[in-house]
Design a protein around this ligand. Structure first.
Ligand code: PBG
Length: 336
């Protein structure tokens, strides 16, 4: 490493003195094309519901989602990630609605791709919006989430989404072997262009609370948790192992989740594998920043932009964030 001459020859503050010099030497930048916008979609028409624990986030029916998709295109946000919110009648112990070709997600995917062919659409592969117990997979009599039978349903779910025309399927369920099973099924059907973004290092995190309110799985989940399949927050070597497996099984892109508290994991994954690496600034991270900003304790736009830039610095190629549209608007106004 280059050893700089000591003070006073070295005065690092020279490069911080004015905005143009700071811009000149800035190593990392955020761009709208780094952002993926997660949205919550409802059945029916003309429906808008606020998510109480996520100020500024709403659940929308398809007709209300179309203008949001248009804003993504206009602001240069390349991908929207869909999360369905279903009423109780569609939830069963086996989550079978997940594979219904006439279900909400395939319908929304097809319509979005028809109207906005240049906007990327991504869908979650996991059963939690569809199970009456709120787990991401099928359970046995003791409530244990079963791996191999769950994969069979996940494969059908991913195929349903891919047939509807989705660009990226994103398995967020953390079952072992699901990436390989989904990849093989896609290839067998000739769906060779469907990309897989694997939620590879997904931790059993308390930061998902507001999301579970948003999709209505919190009540179903009750006091149970997802620790028997999502990762233990104490581990990072295990994250590399998970990423390695998912890449070997056919993932095109990998993800670390949550985001801000796990930037060390993002850095290790990027350094180890040199593949497109994404991070999810999850609902609880969003809620924290919104709550503090709403109380006037933090400057909303400043912390939003700083928090997103931190992902880039950690090595992320892109960020899933509920701030995507707001951040893209700030970027459009700024000269940085
Ligand atoms: C579902 C899923 C979750 C999130 C994305 N996909 C919740 C969970 O695993 O319980 C969380 C996203 C967020 O908190 O913003 N498998």
């Amino acid at each position: 490493m280059h050893v700089p001459p000591p003070y006073p020859l070295a005065r690092p503050r020279r490069l911080r003195r004015d905005a143009y010099t700071r811009a000149l030497v800035r190593e990392h930048r955020l761009h709208p094309s780094d952002l993926i916008y997660p949205v919550f979609v409802l059945e029916g028409q003309g429906r808008t519901e606020d998510v109480g624990s996520m100020p500024g986030v709403q659940r929308l029916s398809l007709d209300r989602l179309l203008p949001v998709a248009e804003q993504c295109v206009e602001l240069g946000v390349p991908v929207m990630a869909l999360f369905p919110v279903l009423d109780g009648t569609h939830k069963t112990p086996d989550g079978r609605e997940a594979a219904n070709p006439d279900g909400l997600v395939p319908k929304v995917v097809a319509e979005l791709k028809r109207r906005f062919p240049d906007l990327g659409v991504m869908t979650d592969v996991a059963l939690d919006p569809y199970t009456s117990h709120g787990q991401d997979g099928l359970i046995d009599d003791d409530g244990y989430v079963l791996n191999d039978v769950t994969i069979e349903v996940l494969v059908q779910q991913a195929l349903t989404q891919a047939r509807a025309g989705v660009d990226i399927v994103a398995p967020s369920d953390m079952m072992d072997g699901r990436i390989g099973a989904i990849r093989r099924a896609l290839e067998t059907e000739g769906l060779i262009h469907t990309r897989i973004m694997a939620y590879s290092a997904k931790y059993a995190s308390a930061f998902y609370g507001p999301f579970r309110d948003a999709v209505g799985s919190a009540g179903n989940l009750g006091k149970s948790n997802k620790k028997v399949y999502q990762m233990d927050p104490g581990n990072t070597d295990e994250a590399l192992r998970e990423v390695g497996l998912d890449l070997a099984e056919g993932a095109d892109m990998v993800m670390v989740k949550p985001g801000m508290p796990y930037l060390d994991v993002v850095r290790r994954v990027k350094d180890e594998f040199h593949v497109p690496t994404f991070a999810y600034q999850v609902s609880g991270e969003y809620a924290m920043l919104k709550a503090a900003a709403g109380n006037g304790w933090l400057d909303h736009d400043a912390v939003m932009m700083e928090s997103l830039l931190a992902f880039k610095r950690a090595g992320a190629d892109g960020i899933l964030t509920y701030f995507a549209l707001d951040a893209a608007r700030v970027l459009r106004q700024s000269k940085d």
